[in-house]
Design a protein around this ligand. Structure first.
Ligand code: GLN
Length: 551
């Protein structure tokens, strides 16, 4: 029978529930248990696809095209397995389902209520992944903080499930904060006691407490927390601030979080977790032999979470290259031809980020021109690739007004245009071209060499696309559409010849980079950045003198 672990959070948000859940899952997986993680989010949006990154950080996309919370990215990066539509459920989706059923008359005239109808639907969804004996353990992360009004139906659903399944089959891990008061030089347990008390008022008691802290928890303090929160003493786990999120699984292993969970679930411990590959990765990450500086050009750069998967993919790729990757955030809104040299001249490579809408778009185009003309390694992702095509059209093909119809619907040269299938869509949520699609690469392309294959699958999230009417003009001038969808002919990858590294991709490779399998495009990009740095160091005068500023 599948066992369930619930991860809740108390005291404050942003304690890193996703990382703790993913770390625990990693350890259980490394012991040989078939493990997956899902997240339940208490907001009313049906999914985060329509949310602004400033609200909610990056929208992560799964193979099967679900637009999900960014924590699913952590789950995949840690476990090296795919998640799906079923792994992220929101209150909006629960209510949508229940209300649709009500309209169908499925409740036979009954009053539809939070309890039991909403809680039953939450329970059904929680146990969905556990059906068919696919997993030994399903970890469910509950978004939000205990005590939030919108979390209540989830706490109640978990309470009922735990009662139905029994303590051997369901376990609650509560993540909490033990603040350190500098003036008193003391760690304080009261907020944790209150948050546990609040949970128990709703009939749910945590079995394990993971305590985020800046200072080590000494033995007496652990005992005090255990006593007042009604958990066993070994179930008070210290989670000190870590230098990188990738050290957390090893920290949790040291604290025996996985063993304690297995013990409480009455499960055999299995083998000790095999974390060899993980440790190798961590060593490379901690002891780099070189350093590169990558410019990340985007319009949400002030918010770290907006480009989460890209930043993590750069970290994975850096470790593979034994190279520290310093990311310099460059706000595309404030980038102009006049200040491009000043802002970009000391970068080893430039990555232009995905995005929507016109804000900051000209800055992206300026950065791409700079990278192309000065032979700085360039990687354009989704909107970054589209703007690379616009830049090339304007400055090489001499179509001065070229644009994407997303930014200028009346452009005379719509080199990027809305996909045919998108034209009649009026609903916003979940209607983009989403999820994994195939792509055929030209065998002589850089991308094929990097992937080591001419047939790849990558995830998408877009409405606009390269306009194939311009294909010949681009090819003749040296920008080659080297990757296409074999069924639809949609352009997925472009490369510029006579350039050390210039790759634009319509898809999002960042979603598929994991600790164990860093994404080959990112790995090659960082390698190109290292080589560019070496070349630059060999020059007295950088090659970017005749650049955008004069252009
Ligand atoms: N806005 C562009 C489109 O819809 C690019 C999307 C993206 O970068 N994810 O096609």
């Amino acid at each position: 029978m599948t066992k369930y672990i619930f991860v809740t959070g108390g005291v404050t948000s942003s304690l890193g529930k996703g990382i703790i859940a993913a770390s625990l899952a990693k350890l259980l997986q490394a012991r040989g248990f078939r493990t997956t993680i899902q997240k339940f989010d208490p907001y009313i949006n049906v999914d985060p696809g329509t949310l602004n990154p400033y609200e909610h950080g990056e929208c992560y996309v799964t193979e099967d095209g679900a637009e999900t919370d960014l924590d699913l990215g952590h789950y995949e990066r840690y476990l090296n397995t795919f998640t799906s539509q079923a792994n992220n459920v929101t209150t909006g989706r629960i209510y949508q389902y229940v209300i649709n059923k009500e309209r169908e008359g499925a409740y036979l005239g009954k009053t539809v209520q939070v309890i039991p109808h909403i809680t039953d639907e939450i329970k059904r969804r929680i146990t969905l992944l556990g059906k068919d004996n696919k997993y030994d353990i399903v970890i469910t992360e509950l978004g939000g903080t205990v005590g939030d009004i919108e979390s209540l139906p989830y706490i109640e659903a978990v309470r009922q499930l735990k009662w139905e399944m029994g303590d051997d089959n369901a376990l609650v891990v509560h993540l909490t904060l033990i603040p350190y008061l500098k003036a008193a030089k003391e760690l304080k347990t009261k907020p944790t006691q209150h948050s546990v008390k609040m949970m128990s008022e709703h009939g749910l008691n945590p079995d394990v407490l993971v305590c985020r802290t800046e200072e080590p928890l000494y033995k007496d303090l652990k005992r005090k927390i255990a006593l007042f929160c009604n958990v066993t003493q070994d179930a008070v786990i210290e989670a000190m601030d870590a230098d990188t999120i990738y050290s957390v699984p090893l920290e949790m292993m040291r604290e025996r979080l996985d063993e304690i969970c297995l013990q409480k679930l009455n499960m055999p411990k299995g083998n000790d977790p095999d974390m060899t590959k993980w440790k190798e990765f961590l060593n490379k990450l901690r002891y780099p032999k070189s350093k590169v500086t990558i410019g990340l050009i985007g319009k949400y750069v002030e918010l770290q979470d907006a480009y989460k998967s890209i930043l993590e993919a750069l970290i994975h790729a850096g470790a593979m290259n034994e190279c520290k990757v310093e990311v310099r955030n460059i706000h595309s809104e404030y980038l102009t031809p006049e200040n491009a040299i000043e802002k970009l001249h000391n970068l080893d490579a430039i990555l232009v980020a995905p995005g929507f809408g016109s804000r900051g778009i000209e800055g992206k185009i300026d950065a791409i021109r700079y990278a192309r003309e000065n032979k700085i390694p360039f990687f354009g992702i989704c909107l970054g690739m589209q703007m690379a095509c616009v830049e090339f059209a304007r400055n090489v093909l001499k179509m001065g007004k070229a644009h994407s119809t997303e930014m200028n619907p009346d452009t005379t040269d719509a080199v990027i245009a809305m996909m045919e299938e998108q034209k009649n869509i009026t609903q916003m949520g979940g209607t983009m071209r989403l999820g994994s699609y195939e792509c055929e690469l030209r065998s002589d392309s850089r991308a094929a060499a990097i992937y080591g294959s001419t047939h790849i699958n990558e995830r998408h999230r877009h409405r606009y696309e390269f306009n194939n009417e311009y294909m010949d003009a681009y090819e003749k001038a040296g920008m080659i559409p080297v990757g296409k969808n074999p069924k639809t002919g949609l352009v997925e990858v472009v490369e510029v010849q006579d350039h050390p590294f210039y790759v634009g991709v319509q898809f999002h490779p960042e979603y598929k980079s994991t600790v164990e399998n860093p994404h080959p495009l990112f790995v090659a990009f960082i390698k190109a950045a290292k080589e560019a740095q070496e070349r630059r160091n060999g020059h007295n005068h950088p090659v970017y003198e005749n650049s955008v500023a004069e252009g």
